[in-house]
Design a protein around this ligand. Structure first.
Ligand code: CNA
Length: 277
């Protein structure tokens, strides 16, 4: 609880009285490490929750194994599976959740250093987070490229093709056969440069929230090991994916309930946000 108190707004007088240790200290360089769990209440399934997660719902795609739908070599041979899945994503018209709002609000109150997200939905931006404070480690759906010649493609043409159960091919006369893929990082592809450029910012974090992730995907999962032992971590998740350390608070259970409770406790106003379940 003392940890969360460090997010409260304090007067300049109180600020002077802070000590260098963590007692009575106001956090000003907060980092969020987030995953699919923070978007579940927006109606977007995560990967690994048994039953409701995407990996439990892929029978209709006839995949050799669930991860194949996001593997670059499989995509080059069988793009239909990913295109069909994207269609489902594109039509769900999701709204940001309490977690996205909390992250954006931390930034509006000048406490956010960076949000490293594994999510590709971009709901952080919808909640008002500027792109400069968001590292989408696994890419996004805002731009697209040809998988062969890497020429930029029009993302709207990808959307159009996906909606009409077609495949979008490269417009480059010399290429033509390359399939267009949104700039999402598939298994077998490297992460965007911004991920590696921003890793250093973790070293100056004074508080880290880990929310909605099973920490199974590397190198993202390794970010937790880069956080200095004296920097507190607050985990908000249904289960602990294996974080063990001294300065550690685990808020177990539904993410939105915990995030809303935190904001109430520290008197941050937040809008009513509809949950889809
Ligand atoms: P994951 O492996 O599916 O883990 C999700 C975690 O969130 C699990 O630990 C769940 O228990 C937890 N969780 C889910 N719902 C809740 C809830 N309501 N309250 C509390 N905890 C909850 O997903 P990760 O993000 O760890 O895996 C990384 C993958 C998922 C990345 O490559 C993403 O691109 C990919 N992904 C992203 C989205 C998206 O953009 N919204 C959706 C599905 C998958």
């Amino acid at each position: 609880q003392n940890l969360i108190d460090g997010l409260r707004d304090i007067s300049p007088d109180q600020e002077k009285k802070q000590d260098d240790k963590y007692n009575n200290r106001q956090f000003k360089k907060v980092v969020f490490l987030t995953g699919a769990g923070i978007s579940v209440s927006a109606g977007i399934p995560d990967f690994r929750t048994p039953g409701s997660g995407l990996y439990s719902q892929l029978q209709k795609y006839n995949l050799p194994y669930p991860e194949a739908i996001f593997e670059i070599n499989y995509f080059k041979k069988h793009p239909e599976a990913f295109y069909t899945l994207s269609k489902q994503f594109l039509t769900c018209g999701s709204h940001f959740t309490a977690s996205h709002f909390f992250i954006a609000e931390t930034n509006r109150r000048n406490r956010l250093l960076m949000n490293f997200s594994q999510n590709i939905d971009g709901l952080e931006l919808e909640a008002g987070l500027p792109e400069s404070k968001l590292v989408q480690a696994h890419g996004h759906f805002r731009t697209a490229k040809c998988v062969i010649c890497k020429k930029d493609a029009d993302i709207n043409q990808f959307y159009e093709a996906a909606r009409n159960d077609k495949i979008c091919y490269c417009s480059n006369e010399k290429c033509k056969k390359g399939i267009v893929k949104p700039d999402i990082v598939f298994f077998g592809e490297s992460l965007p440069q911004t991920f590696f450029k921003q890793i250093d910012s973790l070293k100056s974090a004074d508080l880290v929230f880990v929310m909605g992730t099973s920490l199974k995907v590397f190198p993202f999962a390794a970010l937790v090991d880069l956080i200095s032992e004296d920097v507190p971590i607050v985990l908000i998740n249904r289960e602990n994916p294996g974080i063990k350390r001294n300065r550690f608070l685990f808020l177990e259970g539904e993410i939105d309930d915990n995030v809303e409770k935190i904001m109430k406790d520290i008197s941050w106003d937040f809008p009513e946000i509809k949950r889809t379940y």
